[in-house]
Write a protein that binds this ligand. Structure first.
Ligand SMILES: [Zn+2]
Length: 244
């Protein structure tokens, strides 16, 4: 989805709210919670038509857009830039929002993306699927290794585990936990290979800025990478689903 095709929702709060209602990210309420009377929506809040009740309620209640100092269309724009991997510095330059605000929302989007992953998304392999598994060090993380694996399939499913050592029992345990049919294949002498996974590491390291990044945040970035890879053919749609 191009920025041009989405400009209306990014630069107009009212149209953005309509878009969010249409996508069922915001609830389109018809009646008052208190008195059950009809309610009217005034752009960003609902108001009960019953004069004795008069209850008002934000359309953003119980969503990531509530209690924010920036508008919903601005939050969506930050999300769009995050989706297309703009750096914090670039997002800051383009939107003039503070890095605190930008980091707050990109963290929310990342956590939502990770919450959408199932245990199956962290497992590779299966019948007749060749996998490659390898370990790598990340800059600034001298204390541990990242073990990663990927399939030789169209989906290119992958997994990552941060580990303190790369001794054989540790690697065996990780491979067993994150790949299907591992045992059989080793016995047959085919299947799981431990040769280099250069492509995967290049992709991951290009996407992850390890500056000021804790071990926990590195893990989140690795899982975000899995979510991005899983949804690479419909990234914007997947992003919209995160907000629901
Ligand atoms: Zn009411």
């Amino acid at each position: 989805m191009s920025l041009k095709s989405l400009q209306v929702i990014f630069f107009n709060e009212e149209k953005c709210i309509n878009f969010l209602l249409e996508k069922e990210i915001l609830k389109d309420k018809q009646s008052c919670e208190i008195c059950n009377s009809e309610i009217t929506r005034y752009i960003n809040y609902y108001k009960c038509k019953n004069r004795e009740c008069n209850k008002t309620e934000s359309v953003f209640k119980n969503t990531i857009f509530s209690n924010s100092n920036i508008k919903c269309n601005d939050i969506l724009l930050i999300g769009y830039f995050w989706l297309y991997k703009l750096s914090y510095i670039l997002i800051n330059m383009m939107t003039t929002f503070s890095s605190v605000t930008i980091i707050k929302f990109t963290n929310i989007f990342r956590d939502l993306a990770i919450s959408k992953l199932t245990s199956e998304d962290h497992i590779i392999g299966g019948k007749n699927i060749i996998c490659k598994i390898d370990e790598s060090k990340f800059k600034k993380y001298e204390d541990f290794w990242v073990v990663g694996g990927t399939e030789r399939t169209k989906e290119k499913k992958c997994f990552f585990v941060i580990t303190e050592n790369r001794e054989a029992p540790t690697l065996r345990r990780i491979i067993k936990q994150h790949s299907k049919s591992f045992k059989n294949r080793i016995q047959q002498g085919t299947g799981v290979h431990t040769n280099s996974v250069e492509g995967l590491w290049n992709g991951v390291k290009l996407n992850i800025s390890t500056r000021n990044c804790s071990k926990q945040l590195l893990e989140k970035h690795l899982y975000e990478f899995i979510w991005r890879r899983k949804n690479r053919n419909n990234l914007f749609e997947a992003f919209i689903n995160l907000l629901k």
